[in-house]
Design a protein around this ligand. Structure first.
Ligand SMILES: *[C@@H]1O[C@H](CO)[C@@H](O)[C@H](O)[C@H]1NC(C)=O
Ligand SMILES: *[C@@H]1O[C@H](CO)[C@@H](O)[C@H](O)[C@H]1NC(C)=O
Ligand SMILES: *[C@@H]1O[C@H](CO)[C@@H](O)[C@H](O)[C@H]1NC(C)=O
Length: 369
């Protein structure tokens, strides 16, 4: 049954990928690819190719202005976390899954999509959900088998690192546009369990295809980002309570789920980064990390917390700072390139108090044969 399904699937892939020539490529011995799943923190331009709204896109200036010099679809003034991870791993910039035309996918693929959630309902029709991202990974995995042969594809998949971030949009929806979810349908704990359950499923699906090494981010302090502060006009400087409580519940549950996965799935290894504290430290004490402001560089309002950067999301007027390196955030929700680089370094080589039990560098160095 399984074999039959694989054959049918393989047949479809042959039709769709006539440009790929089987066996035309060999890989260096210690080749470690990077596959990326997540939301706008990780999206490097997939949403440029889907039918969505500018709320979930960053393919206009000033996004991209400082590093790429043009808008790539990344929600920052320059590079994002996966770009730095690729650099530290000596990989090229990882290509986005879309547009899937004649792409070279052997260094890995970025499947992430701005607005995506772990729950299918989250921004449905406006973003590529994590579940669909995993289906897209399965398409790529089948293509790799066609291209490299089963054995080499299997080695590539089992040695690759799978970087995953998710959950933020599920909670943003529950706190803003669909607040009845937490008022009358689910308790906070039930909702968190549902999000974690779906994230766990993502890991299990990748594991079933042969993935073993996972880099997983905790949720950041959502209640303390400029966009959340903007929701409360008389904001006094601390964080919105629900936007702090939910990530804390989520992170505790995630840590438990990862320990469970480790005992259930033979050979799985992971790096879990505490982005909650690494980002909160920078918000609370910007100067210690080389920033002048914990607010956004680009946007409208006192914290530049209205999501108007670029003037294409309804509000046309926006301010932009002179030097994004002085700011923790580039827009109301997303980190500046400088902050992205600092967080990426902690994911890559952080000690176990911030990235545990292993850091990503250690996972890249591990070899499965
Ligand atoms: C994109 O979405 C809009 C709004 O929902 C719809 O009117 C339009 O037909 C869609 N376009 C495509 C190509 O799917
Ligand atoms: C609100 O959340 C409920 C429960 O998850 C879901 O059934 C419903 O479709 C959501 N509504 C919107 C507009 O997203
Ligand atoms: C995943 O989320 C759906 C709602 O989108 C929920 O019905 C389901 O129970 C969740 N799965 C797990 C394993 O928690």
């Amino acid at each position: 049954m399984t074999r039959l399904r694989f054959l049918m699937f393989g047949f479809l892939v042959i039709i769709c990928s006539c440009l790929l020539v089987a066996g035309s490529l060999s890989l260096p011995e210690k080749h470690v690819a990077l596959f990326i799943f997540g939301d706008s923190l990780f999206d490097a331009g997939n949403n440029n190719y889907i039918n969505t709204t500018t709320d979930y896109q960053a393919n206009f200036l000033p996004y991209g202005q400082n590093f790429f010099k043009y808008p790539t679809g990344r929600f920052s003034n320059g590079r994002i976390i996966p770009d730095f991870i690729a650099e530290y791993a000596k990989l090229p910039l990882i290509p986005t899954f879309l547009p899937s035309i004649n792409q070279e996918f052997t260094s890995g693929v970025n499947f992430a999509s701005g607005g995506a959630g772990a729950l299918t309902e989250t921004h449905q029709g406006l973003a590529i959900s994590l579940k669909t991202q995993v289906s897209n990974f399965k398409i790529v995995e089948a293509q790799l088998k066609q291209k490299l042969g089963d054995a080499a594809a299997k080695t590539l998949v089992s040695n690759a690192v799978y970087l995953l971030d998710g959950g933020a949009n599920d909670y943003i929806v529950a706190l803003t546009t669909n607040s009845s979810v937490l008022r009358s349908i689910y308790s906070k704990k039930q909702y968190v369990d549902m999000v974690i359950g779906n994230l766990t499923t993502i890991v299990k699906e990748i594991y079933k295809k042969g993935g073993r090494k996972f880099g997983i981010l905790n949720l950041g302090p959502m209640g303390c980002v400029p966009a959340m502060k903007e929701l409360v006009p008389s904001f006094s400087g601390s964080c919105l309570e629900d936007g702090v409580e939910l990530p804390k519940l989520h992170n505790k549950a995630l840590s438990k789920a990862l320990v469970q996965l480790e005992s259930q799935l033979k050979g799985i290894v992971y790096a879990n980064h505490d982005s909650y504290n690494s980002i909160l430290n920078r918000i609370n004490n910007p100067s210690k990390y080389g920033f002048k402001e914990a607010t956004a560089c680009c946007g409208t309002g006192p914290f530049r917390g209205l999501s108007s950067c670029g003037g294409k999301r309804g509000i046309k007027e926006y301010e932009i700072c002179d030097d994004p390196d002085e700011y923790v955030f580039f827009d109301s929700l997303h980190l500046s390139e400088k902050a992205n680089k600092q967080i990426a370094k902690l994911i890559w080589s952080g000690t176990p108090d911030v990235t545990r039990p292993y850091n990503l560098k250690t996972l890249f160095e591990l070899t499965y044969s």
